[in-house]
Design a protein around this ligand. Structure first.
Ligand code: NAP
Length: 191
């Protein structure tokens, strides 16, 4: 069965953006980017990949899930379909949008993910944000955290608004880069 993978950049203290959505302190340059382009090319925005000459075969991910606030970051720049090389599903109970290979749905994210997992294909990328991740926390099979060497102190957490309830993951790889970013990968511990 295909996995749901929360692949996301985070600060040392577990934030994926600042309180007002700031993300400029998360490093977008450095040797970790070469590793991302090689291992996770499907996570690069379509236009950026074209500009950089990165091929996006959809072999790692063929579907991306976004909460409305995450999708809205691109919308504010006029980008209606940021990952048009993938099937894009945006969750909102109240809003709609039109874009190439993009669906906005008010359906329960857990139901949507369980249905997607029954389909054939590559893994499903949970892009974020913290609100959608909290709704999907028990469906996540793998975590890929790009841990940046910075403390935010406040902001959008990896998982928003969830009551204290530890879930176990095991570390499957951890690679430090000269940029200061560590890419840490985890799988949900079974049983
Ligand atoms: N560091 C990274 O790699 C990374 C990655 C992704 C995002 N981010 C950042 O994260 C921030 C956004 O995160 P966020 O936590 O504020 O928001 P989010 O999870 O992106 O979006 C939240 C919205 O999604 C919809 N939603 C959430 N749960 C839902 C459910 N169960 N059913 C239906 N719709 C649901 C709701 O939209 P409606 O209110 O319209 O119903 C909700 O307001 C942005 O600043 C973005 O830049 C960072």
């Amino acid at each position: 069965m295909r996995n749901l993978v929360y692949y996301v950049a985070a600060s040392l203290d577990g934030y994926i953006a600042g309180p007002a959505g700031e993300y400029d302190a998360l490093l977008a340059e450095g040797d970790h980017m070469d590793a991302i382009y090689a291992r996770y090319p499907d996570t690069v925005p379509t236009a950026a990949a074209a500009a950089l000459g990165i091929e996006q075969p959809g072999e790692v991910f063929d579907t991306v899930l976004m909460g409305w606030n995450t999708y809205a970051v691109g919308l504010s720049f006029g980008v209606t379909s940021p990952y048009s090389h993938l099937r894009q599903v945006v969750f909102s109970r109240s809003r709609s949008a039109e874009g190439d290979r993009l669906d906005v749905t008010a359906d329960d994210p857990v139901d949507v993910v369980r249905a997607l997992k029954q389909e054939q294909g590559a893994d499903i990328w949970l892009c974020g944000g913290g609100g959608l991740a909290a709704a999907l926390v028990d469906e996540i099979d793998r975590l890929v955290l790009k841990v940046n060497p910075v403390l935010f102190g406040a902001g959008i957490p990896l998982f928003a608004g969830d009551a204290y309830r530890p879930r176990d993951f095991e570390l499957t790889s951890s690679t430090p880069y000269g940029s200061g970013v560590t890419i840490a990968e985890y799988s949900r511990r079974s049983g």
